[in-house]
Design a binder for this molecule. Structure first.
Ligand code: DX5
Ligand code: ZN
Length: 215
């Protein structure tokens, strides 16, 4: 099933509860973009926000850690009730397998993320270890960027390798997904599409989520 994960990076923080209810009613997963200003050139929000919003969320939470030393935060994220936790290969390098195992040992699904300039085959050794792979379809750091079309072939190639190995890892894609790009994302084999501005920038965010899922 093709699932939509609204990203609250694009939500209105003056009425965050209302935007969370939109996700509870229409979304499949809530995507949380945590940025540290080091791994990526932006700072978003951290645990003071996640701690407070967690009790108001009724869909699974998906933390996308755009931070250096992501392993410092796995325990805290698990204690907030997050069910999917991903970190960047660019931050973890040779520790990636260890970090995936640590996330799983905390009872969360473990995801490995790459930016568009990292060859997709760098993920192949982790098939069988990661529960999901997050392919950035923009450079991580900001919402509202334009979808990079080469991301589609990267997803298809990763999907082929997952199938060839008989594994069951999911593929998530993040960045620039809207009504124009979403059907090609789904057709490329993506299981979970993250959408920020296409949801919270819409006049009717709930309808936007449903339209993206059914496109
Ligand atoms: C970017 C974030 C994305 C972002 C997507 O670094 O990882 O999750 O919120 O926003 P849109 O859908 O606006 O590209
Ligand atoms: Zn994200």
């Amino acid at each position: 099933m093709f699932r939509i994960a609204p990203s609250i990076l694009a939500a209105n923080f003056l009425r965050l509860e209302k935007d969370l209810q939109t996700v509870n009613r229409s979304g499949d997963i809530l995507h949380l973009d945590v940025m540290d200003g080091s791994l990526v050139p932006n700072i978003s929000f951290g645990f003071s926000v996640i701690d407070q919003l967690a009790p108001a969320v009724s869909v699974p939470m998906d933390a996308h850690l755009m931070v250096v030393e992501p392993q410092r935060w796995f325990d805290k994220i698990a204690s907030d009730g997050v069910s999917m936790c991903s970190f960047h290969y660019e931050a973890a390098g040779s520790h990636s397998a260890e970090y995936l195992a640590r996330i799983k040992s905390l009872g969360m699904k473990a995801g490995l993320v790459i930016n568009p300039d990292v060859p997709v085959d760098r993920l192949f050794p982790y098939i069988g270890q990661a529960d999901y792979f997050l392919l950035m379809s923009v450079f991580a750091g900001f919402g509202g960027q334009k979808f990079i079309p080469e991301s589609l072939e990267r997803a298809a190639s990763l999907k082929r390798e997952i199938k060839r190995l008989g594994a069951d890892a999911l593929i998530e894609m993040d960045g620039g997904i809207n009504m124009t790009t979403v059907s090609s994302v789904r057709d490329a084999g993506v299981d979970i599409a993250v959408a920020g501005s296409a949801v919270f920038g819409a006049a009717d965010p709930e309808a936007a989520v449903r339209a993206l899922r059914g496109a």
